[in-house]
Design a protein around this ligand. Sequence first.
Ligand code: N01
Length: 538
Amino acid sequence: MPTTQQLDHDAIVIGAGFSGLAILHHLREIGLDTQIVEATDGIGGTWWINRYPGVRTDSEFHYYSFSFSKEVRDEWTWTQRYPDGEEVCAYLNFIADRLDLRKDIQLNSRVNTARWNETEKYWDVIFEDGSSKRARFLISAMGALSQAIFPAIDGIDEFNGAKYHTAAWPADGVDFTGKKVGVIGVGASGIQIIPELAKLAGELFVFQRTPNYVVESNNDKVDAEWMQYVRDNYDEIFERASKHPFGVDMEYPTESAVEVSEEERKRVFESKWEEGGFHFANECFTDLATSPEASELASEFIRSKIREVVKDPATADLLCPKSYSFNGKRVPTGHGYYETFNRTNVHLLDARGTPITRISSKGIVHGDTEYELDAIVFATGFDAMTGTLTNIDIVGRDGVILRDKWAQDGLRTNIGLTVNGFPNFLMSLGPQTPYSNLVVPIQLGAQWMQRFLKFIQERGIEVFESSREAEEIWNAETIRGAESTVMSIEGPKAGAWFIGGNIPGKSREYQVYMGGGQVYQDWCREAEESDYATFLNA
Ligand code: N01
């Protein structure tokens, strides 16, 4: 066992987004020398790399913020109900300054390999430039949706125009004025960028494979009174969000969509549609996420909205999802999305009926037609939940790489926090953690890690590791949780990322825990109350 002097830090945290900042703050509070290493040149994680036009939260500001720091709560002022990416990045940088975190954040430090040293019980973290650092604990804060993917389309490297991925957006922005632009992808990212591109581009070609059920957000400004109310009630707001299955501060519906009269159903759908965003998904009825019949009723309501808004019937029809029902994909929220397709410079192309054949030096070939373009925007998503962890070499006991362990044994974790065979390693938003507004599990996870590592320190425990049995139990619970929802039925039809369905060849396993954020927190509490028995297998 190396002495403290031989190690660079007690803990190395990879990533300087919401997770990394919360973990650094909480581990400092228990006296651990903690260092964040961050691959990019800025603080903000997701919000630093996804700087595309139109990027903003899908969650409202009051539950999309940490509750743990009174200073930050009192001094930070949100201006938008759904803050844009720039505002969220500014918030995270404010936290870094106000909590004096910056001095322990090393930017431009991409990790290639992290190797467990079995003899001396530490993690050796090796960076792209060949330098390395040693620490007793390794913590992934690399994000759930951070490993961007490009589609496997022939000729993708042959295009002579400009290529962009929404999750690797140029820091100085891009001027699309008057340009011919193609967008591939209509998930949450595509849905946000398309209306903004449409305002600038000369011609915008949207290549849609699977349409989505987009709920309009109806964004608002946050006035002083609203902000003060939230400041005064932060603890209660966070508490309510942490008890909600999806981590949002929302009311609980009491009626089933299939049991009310048609008239009442329409009234409720209309009123929640007006409220906007996740209010529609969460507050209408008890069973939109649990009953296929209820989910189909919501689907038909949204289809009727699409037909109402989009003037050209053929375009409206193409925008209506038919192959799966509401909640089959992570519900995206929109800001003038459907209206955009009434613009004469916007063209919707069916990449399902007629797939993209290839990308040529001049543009996108769709069927036999070549669309000549100045730029292509890939809004093609992420290798969700596992991608960041399998993209680098995390080498545990006996030289086993995490990527290989999951490929061989299936996706296994102990409540998404640890993995058997990988001692002294923790994950924020690891696979099999809640399908939720992520700020809630991030904060609660950082606080759980704080208490856990304090316990480890106080008991003089050198090495912690989860048991295989605990992983099997959690895997069974993850399957049970998912199978209690419509996501398990509709997700595979929709090719949803939460089941690995967006990546050809990725094994179809539940990437997230769908049994409810509050149920997940009960599991975390029980682990703690049992003195972390299943985490101390080493
Ligand atoms: O990615 P996606 P995303 N030809 O995987 C299409 C979070 N998020 O970045 O569905 C044609 O949802 C693909 O088509 P299909 C949020 O959790 C949050 O948009 O596979 N199309 C799909 O349309 C979200 O769920 C926020 O048929 C191809 C698109 O690319 C998650 O990130 C904002 C194709 C990918 O959609 C991922 O969202 C943004 C091909 N060959 C993201 N290959 C906020 O909270 C792929 N596609 C604000």
